[in-house]
Design a protein around this ligand. Sequence first.
Ligand code: CXF
Ligand code: ZN
Length: 378
Amino acid sequence: NTAGKPIRCRAAIVRKPGEPLVIEEVIVAPPNPREVRIKIICTSLCHSDVTFWKLEHPPAIFPRILGHEAVGVVESVGEGVHEVVEGDTVIPIFLPDCGECTDCLSSKSNLCSKLPFSVSPWMDRDGTSRFTDINGETLYHFLFVSSFSEYTVVDIAHVTKIDPATPANRACLLSCGVSTGVGAALKTANVETGTTVAIFGLGAIGLAVAEGARLCGAKRIIGVDVNQDKFEIGKKFGVTDFVNSRNCGDKTVSQVIIEMTDGGADYCFECVGLTSLVHEAYSSCRKGWGKAVVIGVDQPGAMLTFSSSEVLHSGKSLMGSLFGGLKPKSDIPVLIKRYMAKELQLDKFVTHEVDFEDINKAFDLLIGGKSLRCVIWM
Ligand code: CXF
Ligand code: ZN
């Protein structure tokens, strides 16, 4: 029995920005009150891992254990944890759900105000780390999850219990990217049957928006990308039309979409993280009721510019969507049920699977645009 004792196990550590991860022995402390220690079964690589792996500018947040899309089994729980017990199958999620604050109690928000979301290198509640290397040096956390480790410690507000029958290499996808895209269509935009959707960027998130829009019964799903090959891939996820943004001649993408749809799409999703594309997405929305949803993450401080009249005369909405507007503890089990009922399709997101030793291959595949999701088995 390991409860209450430090655990020595393997973790993939980023020592310097952009350098290959190194698998080392680390010490994982027991969980503090309201924390859970989890044995990771498998994890998958999301673009945010790559973004923070490369992040150079000071202060340097290294050495660090990345990884935030995962599934695991509870090894032990800290004081005051009653929601899960040893042996439960859980998904750690970067977005907290304390269950007590005004936002968590409201069906209209997924932005917990007791533990406001930030990109912190520590545990959420007390700003400390549970990881040290074998020389006693502190290792930083990532997005309150740090799943590139055989064991990790996660605050109970960031833990969702799931059906243990869910295949692990599918469950982990719901921990970040796929949930974000599917949720943005289902929950943030609330796409209606028979409507038209435009998706800017057909990476895993954009394709997950397509999957969500398909589930909602959208009639037309227009994919926008610079890479023509994305149309064939997109078709597997319900994309019906394609705009190659490099091939629009002297027209803007929004002009092309407005012509294709006789006035604009009902819902537009920005899944790249470029303010210029957010503007194009807004312009591509139908006046009167169009909704533009921002999912992509641009550089910190990047600004959006809109003229007063283009907003005033438009009647459109511009919405931000973190984790697809989903409330982790209540909405993720519903997505799992829909997967088990063969409604929500997850299989086609997994293009590659590797063993933990080969974690750097997962980085190469994602950076090279070869993979949607690469599952890493611990
Ligand atoms: C993102 C969400 C926005 C801030 C950075 C991290 N989450 C997961 O990929
Ligand atoms: Zn992510």
